[in-house]
Design a protein around this ligand. Structure first.
Ligand code: MV4
Length: 503
């Protein structure tokens, strides 16, 4: 099929900008990058056909500037904009501004983003559509109101911000005496983070698994799902490892939660790639949590298992194409795992560790996909998320994918900055991970994973050092000593000329 656009602007940076550029180039679409003053040397600037400076390093003055990005679209003649993830990707005002400027937004319509952006509203919409949501309350007015709803739901309950996301403004409440102070805290955090202090209550699901369903919807009313991803290995709402399929989901459950996700997407008039986040409680129940109205970081695990290019699909859908699949044509094969390679120190609370990457060797070989945004000699800027790359492995089954991940992590060398590589290797060989015993408290339950025993790279260096020492000793024993013993008449000078001068 012909590409729907001649030129696309990528309103992002780092690995996802590179990922989108790759899809465009495969489709024969010319690409336009935008970059901040901190990103003159960035990889996405080098890969795109054209690149435009849009402002100083802070994202509020560059990657979040709708006006500047639309100026570049007009100036360069780009007909469409892909927002990637983060930055403006879930900003309904941006989707609307594109529409008004006559530029195609490669993502959902603003109305769907608005409907899903407000938690209270999306809960209502999902309940009406018949989607299973966590038992909860309407927006709370005061402490008394909150206690009344909490008693009806049953403790423990969770206070959540209606405009929230990423766990901000969330508080677990275990009894009525805690309610007044925790309510005030949640409201305060919601106001300062989102400028909206609306909070509500939900039944608190203990140690849930985070399972999300990938959907694709076109503008003609068709919607399909591509199974689930499990993202239970996370730290303070930052996902670190994701996989598809989830080790606990069978074909029948997949059909059920897939249908749930399609219902959710249709209920809000969704178009493009989207993700329906669910919690799975220990008893196996699934609850709708929220819908992410963007392409997600972890989309490659779905691509590997389903043999689909979600970014190309987004571009075709934005150009008005109908989905080329019906649900029965979407078939999973094997298992994929993703490790986020971040410039952070796991042993120091995942403290960001940006800086100069002195050398870098990317892994490759069977079943390996390496989506990187950096190169050797590049300095990771302090202004943005320090994710360097995503390493994804595919295998016929979960064990093969995990074994390939260990092998690929060993091939991957990042010199100069602290990274999560050794941490990932420890997880990949941990019995609880290999048994598929995942939940959102996994790292709290296994804190030993955060600290390095011996870095496998260092043990390799130690083996080499031992070998060098060993062979030097051998030389001393077998070359010098026997020679000296066998020919007592050989002068020290002659021996020196033959074997070199040694201690
Ligand atoms: C919950 C929950 C337990 N019960 N809701 C965290 C961020 C937001 N996306 C939803 N979150 C949660 N909502 C109820 N009713 C537990 C979490 C949660 C979580 C969810 C997904 C992935 C990691 C998490 C870590 C801690 C808490």
């Amino acid at each position: 099929m012909n590409a729907p656009f001649k030129k696309v602007l990528i309103a992002n940076r780092g690995e996802i900008a590179v990922r989108v550029i790759r899809a465009c180039h495969e489709m024969g679409i010319r690409t336009v990058a935008v970059f901040s003053e901190a990103d003159r040397d960035a990889l996405h600037v080098r890969y795109a056909h054209e690149a435009y400076l849009i402002g100083p390093p802070p994202s509020s003055e560059s990657y979040l500037r709708i006006d500047k990005i639309l100026d570049v679209a007009r100036h360069s003649g780009a007909e469409a904009i892909h927002p990637g993830y983060g930055f403006l990707s879930e900003n309904d005002a941006f989707s609307r501004a594109c529409r008004e400027a006559g530029v195609v937004f490669i993502g959902p319509p603003p109305e769907a983003m608005e409907a899903m952006g407000d938690k209270v509203r999306s809960r209502e919409l999902m309940t009406k559509a018949g989607v299973n949501v966590v038992p909860g309350s309407p927006p709370l007015t005061d402490g008394k109101d909150a206690v009344r709803y909490a008693e009806r739901i049953g403790y423990p309950v969770l206070l959540k911000a209606s405009s929230g996301g990423g766990g901000k403004g969330m508080r677990v409440v275990r009894s009525s005496t805690e309610m007044p102070s925790l309510l005030a805290q949640a409201q305060g955090e919601a106001r300062s983070s989102f400028g909206d202090e609306t909070v509500f209550l939900e039944k608190y699901i203990e140690r849930p698994r985070h399972i999300e369903v990938q959907v694709l919807a076109d503008a003609h009313g068709n919607c399909v799902h591509f199974g689930e991803r499990e993202c239970s290995i996370q730290r303070r709402h930052q996902k670190l490892i994701e996989e598809s399929p989830s080790p606990v989901i069978d074909a029948k459950t997949r059909e059920t939660i897939g249908a749930m996700a399609v219902t959710a997407a249709k209920a809000c008039g969704y178009v493009s790639a989207g993700t329906v986040e669910m919690l799975r409680s220990a008893d196996g129940s699934f609850y709708f949590m929220e819908m992410n109205t963007r392409l997600q970081v972890e989309h490659p695990v779905t691509e590997m298992v389903y043999g689909v290019d979600l970014v190309k699909a987004m571009i075709d859908i934005a150009g008005g194409a109908k989905l080329p699949w019906t649900q029965d044509l979407i078939v999973a094969r094997g298992h994929a795992i993703e490790c986020r390679i971040i410039a952070e120190d796991p042993a120091r609370n995942f403290m960001p560790a940006p800086g100069l990457i002195r050398a870098l060797r990317g892994p490759s070989g069977p079943g390996v996909r390496y989506d990187g945004g950096v190169y050797g000699g590049y300095t990771v800027p302090v202004h943005y998320d320090p994710m360097l790359a995503k390493l994804i492995t595919w295998g016929g089954d979960r064990n093969e994918a995990a074994a390939r991940m260990v092998r690929a992590l060993d091939e991957l060398r990042v010199d100069g900055v602290k990274t999560s590589i050794a941490f990932h290797r420890r997880v990949m060989t941990h019995p609880a991970f290999l048994a598929g015993e995942l939940h959102t408290g996994f790292l709290e339950e296994h804190p030993e994973l955060l600290f390095s025993g011996t870095d496998p790279w260092l043990s390799e260096v130690a083996v080499l050092a031992a070998a060098v020492h060993h062979f030097r000793r051998l030389e001393q024993l077998s070359l010098r000593a026997p020679q000296a013993a066998a020919s007592g008449r050989t002068s020290t000078w002659k021996r020196g000329a033959h074997v070199g001068w040694r201690r």
